[in-house]
Structure formats: C-alpha cells, structure tokens
Design a protein. Structure first.
Length: 205
C-alpha cells in the first residue's frame, strides 16, 4: 500500500526521477491495454480536474471525523490516469486524510494521513514574515485584522506530498477518493498531481 512522503523529504533530483518513472510505467501500461501499438502513438499530459469529473480543485464540505466522497469517476475507455502526489492550496488547511478506493468502495487502495505533512509550515511562515520589511508586515497585520483571517505572503503551496507508489487507473475502471477533516469544514482546496495517457489526437471531454 502506498505511503505519504512530504516533498521536503525528497530531493529535487529524486522528484524528477519519480515523475519520469511514473510516466514511463503509465506509457508501458497503456500499450499493454491496447491504447496504441507503441508509445509513439500515445501522448502524456497533466491531470486536470475535469479528468476526475470535477469542475475545480475544491473539496465538498466535510463533517468532522467523517469521510466524504470527493471524486467518484470512471476512466474513459481510451484513457489511463495516474496520480502521484497531492498539493494543499489553502493557508488554513482542513483536510487531514485521504482514502482511495477501486470500484464503488470495493477495494481500499490507500489511506493517507496528511497532518504530518503540514508540520513545520507555521515555522516557515513565521520566519518568512520576520524577514519581511516593517512596512510589508504592517500591511499584512492590517489586512488580517480587517477580515479576521491570517494573511500570509505567497510561499507557494503550503503542503506538497508524494505517494510512495503512484496510483494507476486503467480504462473503464471506477475509483473513489474520499476526504476527511477533524472538524467541520466548508471545504478545502487540494490538487492531485498526475498524468493522463491517451492516444495522440485525443482531447479532454
């Protein structure tokens, strides 16, 4: 079963190698499934929300301590999908775990606890804020007081984590991805990093 590895624990070089291996394995699998006679007849592109039946990288509202269905999708007949990482886009993340099923909740493929991946982020944010000019900090503090929310500069995604083994979903397979929060949440912003393999000339439907 795949485990969760914070990106801070992986070198940039190893991340690149991991992505390359993920694509290579997906291309080989697509040929084996008959999507093309060889890899030259296939194309690889980044995963988009529409490829999972979503309109945007946002989760539904969640009740504390309960898994909520986020993605329930059947892969197109001439397509192979792989997912290898998750990114958190919120400055105040609420999703604490993911659960991935193959079929209509028939076989559990993986469970990923994300809280450990968030550790250290407050330290990084506070350090970055400390290095800002007094004028910039004053503006941030004023904005935070205005809407009651913490305002932080753009440090990129607050969390990025890789799955030790990527998930591959073959043509016509159905999978479900659930999210859970420890407290009630109106929703969160997560991106699943991955690739779509399909015959050359195919377009997003």
């Amino acid at each position: 079963m795949s485990t969760t590895i914070p990106s801070r624990d992986i070198s940039i070089e190893d991340r690149q190698k991991y992505r390359e291996r993920t694509i290579e394995a997906a291309l080989h699998r697509a040929v084996d499934k008959g999507l093309a006679s060889d890899q030259y007849g296939l194309t690889c592109r980044d995963l988009a929300p529409e490829d999972l039946g979503l309109t945007a990288w946002a989760t539904p509202a969640m009740s504390g301590g309960t898994y909520t269905s986020w993605v329930a999708h059947t892969v197109a007949s001439r397509r192979l999908t792989c997912i290898y990482k998750v990114l958190q886009l919120s400055n105040n993340p609420t999703v604490t775990s993911l659960r991935i099923w193959l079929g209509p909740r028939a076989t559990t493929l993986g469970m990923h606890e994300l809280e450990a991946c968030y550790s250290g982020l407050p330290i990084i944010k506070n350090l970055a804020k400390a290095l800002m000019s007094p004028e910039a900090k004053e503006v941030m503090d004023r904005l935070a007081g205005r809407d009651g929310m913490e305002i932080s500069p753009d440090f990129g995604a607050p969390m990025e984590a890789y799955f030790s083994e990527p998930y591959g979903f073959e043509p016509n397979s159905h999978y479900v991805i659930e999210v859970k929060s420890r407290r009630n949440s109106p929703g969160d912003y997560l991106v699943l990093g991955g690739y779509v393999i399909e015959p050359v000339g195919a377009t997003i439907s």
